[in-house]
Design a protein around this ligand. Sequence first.
Ligand code: UTP
Length: 652
Amino acid sequence: MMAAPAVLRTDQPARGDDLSTPALRANLGILADWEAELARILLSEGQGHLFENWPPPLNADADKHRFFKQVQKLDASYPGGLRAYISNARKLLQESRDGVNPFDGWTPSVPSGEVLTYGNTAFSRYEAEGVRQANDAAFVLVAGGLGERLGYSGIKVALPSNIVTDASFLQTYVESILALQDASNAVAEDRDDGCQCLPGVCPPQWTSFFPARTVPSGPRRIPFAIMTSDDTHARTQKLLEEHAYFGMDKDQITLIKQEKVACLADNSASLALDPDDKFRILTKPHGHGDVHSLLYSSGLLKDWQAKGVKWILFFQDTNGLIFKAVPSSLGVSATRSYDVNSLAVPRKAKEAIGGITRLTHKDGRKIVINVEYNQLDPMLRSSGYPDGDVNDPSTGFSPYPGNINQLVIKLESYVKELSKTRGLVPEFVNPKYKDSSRTSFKSPTRLESLMQDYPKSLSPSADIGFTVLDVWLGYAPVKNNPEDAAAKLAAGTPPHSATSGEAALYRANCLILRAAGAKVADPRTVRYNDQETEMWPRVVWSPKWALTLADVKAKVRGASVEIAQDAVLILDGPEIYLEAMKLDGALVIRSKEGAKVRVAGLDVRNKGWTFQSIGWQDRREPEELRVRGYKLVKREQKEIEFDKPGEFVVSH
Ligand code: UTP
């Protein structure tokens, strides 16, 4: 419905009003200037229907002010305001109605990037470089999503990543950043040893001779930002407060809250009112693409730039493996000087995961971007590849690696780009039409944006690449409820459930121990919540024990460490060295900073800890256990703790 022709009310002071809708005109007297101004914007954008059923003044006046408060928020939280939102919506809705293919004019080709082989020399070099670069990194967690598919009533970051240590995803993330901070500060200290050339103090020829670091920097604190939403903000804040920020300084963590965007009722981008509240515009999440505009508008980017940050790592709420992939991918970004580095995993042709693809436009523009699998295959077929997406015979995988939506972005070019776009990434709209005429929607829709679409607007000179890592090392998201996960598994696709996410953590740790030479038994096949999975010995270490393969190798003396199939091992301390150990049961070793613990000749056999099956629908059990389908039963364990500095040998 469009606004009636504009008529200026004569008893109002001239302020450019064009407030012609009768119900609104009648209420003008109660509006503050800023409210009238917003009304004018809405009317000029054809939104007069919003006021149609307003009662005369002295009726529901508080609700009318409440309406404008919401409009003010919607206006302020979108780059360019509501006008820009409505205008973008009209354009995208028109294109959607006309069936415009967003990839028209673009031709796909194989992108170039780094494919890592776990444990080889190049991989180790990248890991070491990544730890060094972490000194100049900031981390951004996007955690505003509702997690409807998971069916867990809490926030996803509060969910334990495993029930052996019970560490939540958020705890794991914070502790990993702190461990990286310590490790990178230690490397920076080593690097700073010797001559420090100070500009203006040392002769210029010295400064050019020792260019590495001209000003002693002191230990750095890695900044950490978390994007929340109304659905997650208060509970994320509470989780942090209740756990004393998991050991991080409070001012090191910044929460930035995304706002929802207005829903659209029709192809003209008429804003939709809540059917139960005529003074409220319906809103829905805009998607994780908001992270870019929020980093820009919050001033965080400028602040980080001033602090010397060079890299930003973006990651998601429930990938317990991500920090195993961080050092190497950060190392790749720095070595190759990528403006954008998308983390990816090997992907079978046609597998239901977006493929990283190079697109070349007929006007010469080039981007490397995620293309959804259902778009990639037809796009290739219509571009001279009659078989579409097929596996490369030499690798057995598609040449278009699978996007896992974790990005490393170079701050310098990011800031330049965002100062042009204000962080607004290209959006899309996905209305569900009532019929083939594509004229009306089944329910209101909204514009959406994706974090990974940031490169879409970058100039062709931008260096955009990817880093492919093994799935087992870096990707195990927890997204699906048990029923959907079981169905996915039956259909041959990854379940991405709490069960598979936890099993993946044990598998990764065991494979890393094996890569360090330890003798780790094969996994057992188990079935929880109708999902068959491989359960490896349940080995968990705190991030301060090891971040990289080099750390693990330095702390585990290869084949003299043996771990049996049902063993549980928890290592929580920075300096625990496994020199000779046989474990068939449960063993927990904790040590504080300064305690150097050598495990030499320890043979542990006890009844251990087991997982006992529970039903997904068994309401007597806590939800965080039901989503995985088992609970922990502690039968017997050996626990060793060192809370004082010193050197200790454990042999019995
Ligand atoms: P998901 O694809 O997992 O979506 O988001 P979701 O909304 O969290 O979960 P479902 O679809 O309702 O089940 C990927 C990442 O993006 C974040 C999520 O928190 C997750 O880390 N996200 C998603 C946001 O931060 N904001 C959003 O608006 C949407």
